[in-house]
Design a protein around this ligand. Structure first.
Ligand SMILES: Nc1ccn([C@@H]2O[C@H](COP(=O)(O)OP(=O)(O)OP(=O)(O)O)[C@@H](O)[C@H]2O)c(=O)n1
Ligand SMILES: C[C@](O)(CO)[C@H](O)COP(=O)(O)O
Length: 274
């Protein structure tokens, strides 16, 4: 990927510098899909979290993993995909690690300031993207904390994006028995739920830019605490497609997840998936 094919020049002095200066790749390729061109695909990577559940002085997205840092693995699969035209990355204003990554000056990566919640970070990225992308373009939102996304799963997600606006997300059907705890104790079984219809939502989650912006704004205005982007889309009455993905596309959340991610990446490399 390079600036020539529509990659956006990274700019700004640091994580808190806000949206990159200057025009976007949209100026080079003309207007968006409303001009009749096929919708483009953009990655949005929320990476402004503090990693509180993981702990430690370094946010988990910058921890070493198989010779690179977590976020470099997460970005590599996206930026190396020929269908992905650019990436908007949401970083914390206190971020002091991004500048040391191999993607710090990548021409197709634009940096914006993250927000209080993950959904705020995504909304900030979408606002910057809307400066040069078309509202019918696809946005694939992927957690920086998910380094094990494979090209195989990304291909499957992109292939599932039809003409509808409901979008799609990578997900894994639940294979464990699921219990609901009672609210009072928090750890006493209230009931077991049928698992045949249960899926674990992963990322990327892909939606048209305009639809996702409207959905997140509506969720914010209604005070809906959403933990993934599909939740906001569902609140519009749309039903995103569940695309069955690999269960090793884990999110690094707690300390025990890091060695598991290391194992998964090594297995993927041995199987020629990376
Ligand atoms: N205000 C926030 C919160 C989270 N994220 C990003 O959203 C992804 C998923 O969030 P999570 O796993 O919860 O990361 P943290 O918020 O860092 O973790 P914790 O809740 O344990 O602090 C991560 O890539 C994280 O960097 C973000 O961009 N902006
Ligand atoms: C978006 C997500 O990864 C889908 O499973 C998840 O909801 C993020 O949750 P977090 O608490 O912000 O890590």
């Amino acid at each position: 990927m390079s600036a020539e094919n529509g990659g956006r020049a990274g700019s700004g002095s640091g994580a808190g510098s806000g949206a990159g200066a200057g025009s976007g790749p949209g100026d080079e390729i003309g207007a968006g899909a409303s001009s009749g061109r096929d919708p483009r695909h953009w990655a949005v990577v929320p990476a402004a979290g503090a990693g509180r559940r993981f702990g430690g002085p370094v946010p988990k997205q910058y921890l070493e993993l198989c010779g690179r840092c977590v976020i470099e693995h997460s970005l590599a699969t996206l930026l190396e995909h020929p269908a992905i035209d650019g990436c908007v990355l949401a970083l914390s204003a206190e971020d002091e690690w991004w500048a040391e990554t191999v993607y710090a000056s990548h021409p197709a990566v634009q940096r914006v300031a993250g927000g209080t919640e993950r959904s705020d970070s995504v909304a900030n990225a979408l606002e910057a993207l809307s400066e040069y992308a078309d509202e019918h373009d696809w946005v694939l939102v992927h957690d920086a904390a998910r380094p094990c996304l494979t090209r195989f799963d990304l291909d499957r997600l992109i292939a599932a994006l039809g003409d509808g606006s409901a979008g799609a997300l990578l997900a894994v059907q639940v294979h464990d028995t699921v219990k609901v705890a009672d609210a009072a104790s928090g750890d006493r079984v209230l009931r077991t739920v049928p698992r045949e219809q249960l899926w674990r939502a992963y990322t990327p989650q892909a939606f048209p830019l305009g639809t996702l912006r409207r959905a997140l704004a509506r969720a914010r205005d209604q005070g809906s605490a959403i933990t993934d982007d599909a939740s906001a889309i569902e609140q519009l009455g749309l039903r995103p497609l569940l695309v069955s993905g690999r269960s090793d596309n884990l999110k690094i959340t707690r300390p025990e997840d890091l060695p598991l991610a290391q194992f998964f990446l090594e297995q993927q490399q041995e199987q020629g998936l990376r």
